[in-house]
Design a protein around this ligand. Sequence first.
Ligand SMILES: Nc1ncnc2c1ncn2[C@@H]1O[C@H](COP(=O)(O)OP(=O)(O)OP(=O)(O)O)[C@@H](O)[C@H]1O
Length: 454
Amino acid sequence: MTAHSSTLPAATMTEAILESISEGVFTVDNQWRITSFNRAAEQITGVTRAEALQQRCYEVFKSSMCEGNCPLRATLTNNQPIINRAGYFINAAGERVAVSVSTAVLKDAEGRVIGGAETFRDLSEVETLRSALNNPAQAGRMLSHSPAMQPVINLVPDVAASNSTVLIQGETGTGKELLAKTIHELSPRAGAPFVAVNCGALPDNLLESELFGYKKGAFTGATQDKPGRFALAGNGTLFLDEIGEVSPALQVRLLRVLQEQTFEPLGSTKSEQCHARIIAATHRDLTELVAAGSFRQDLFYRIHVVDLTMPPLRERSEDIDLLVNQFIHHFNQQQGRSITGIHSQALAVLRAYRWPGNIRELENVIERAFVLCREGDIELRHLPAGLNQPLSGSPAASSGSGTITDSRRSAERQRIVESLERHQYNRKATADELGIHKTTLYRKMKALAIDPQR
Ligand SMILES: Nc1ncnc2c1ncn2[C@@H]1O[C@H](COP(=O)(O)OP(=O)(O)OP(=O)(O)O)[C@@H](O)[C@H]1O
């Protein structure tokens, strides 16, 4: 230690130390308001000090630990520090960041508790490596490395073994129908048919005859008996997609089938037994439809016996590599091609995009790339140009959701690109200038789809 440093005031020295370390550090007062927030905390969270100060810590961190398992609360209650508790929070770009957290009590000169301090280490790199090394979790044809998919995958075997009606919720293209098929294929009904009906695609009267069938003469043009999907499903599974679109009149008929296990084809006076298992799906929030009076509460309870939610692709970005490889394999087989894989730059763009159309959109992007890429790896130039501007030009960015997040991402991306350019893309010099670790810079470049090889 030099003679100079020993003359610095203690507060300045503490501040200099806090600013220089790679762990995020923040302190809160007794009302959970943030009173200090160091430079590493800014870098790991993507939230600036000015934005964080005076906010409640749970508003800034949105952590897995904020609800019920808050280490700071435990420390302040028990007066005991916590060392290295694993968890995650959502950063300003909306990404999950795995962290290891330690906490301590803050006391004033008289020993009164005036708040708490928390330090946190970014574990994302470690987590990415770990999930890449681990085998994916699997349910039938569905594979996943993502923690967001674990609850679904864990439940599939029990759900498949039972006879209960299932409701699958999730955005469009997230794999609800594939999940329904998987449940069917793993169930004792696997030898019987899986029959799917899109309830949103047909007008009421057509949907009714499609579901229940009709007898000859039931209406003009009914020249012979036609079995409905309930009958065709037999002892198998009937998948009612877009159940939220069913009219109130048809909801009453569906409720009867579910309650009494019988139905009548149009023009028939005789009831038929329904043996099929029902799996319903919707991209709408059924509880909202119930509250608005457009979906019957009694029907909701009947179909909601088991409830599974498919996460959007942007919340399972750990699965992008896996899905891309599955699709490359699939299109190679289907088209008799031999595309070898995907270039890391192209993969980085896919990882950074927000995927409003979810897995279906990803599948389409790979199918399109197969048209443009004749051999070798899929490269950046084989992807749609729109994917490369996930920060301002994507439908997700312009849809009104997360625009603050997107502008933060955009600002951060610009800051990093400018610094990289100043240092001829030397990552060590760039990381030094930005005051972040080289691995953090690398992670950010990947997440923000910044080309590393320029
Ligand atoms: N885990 C997966 N692995 C491979 N392909 C998948 C996976 N999940 C979904 N897909 C593919 O993505 C596409 C969309 O899936 P699916 O039709 O099951 O979604 P969905 O949620 O039912 O969509 P919608 O709400 O529009 O009906 C399908 O082509 C499906 O094969």
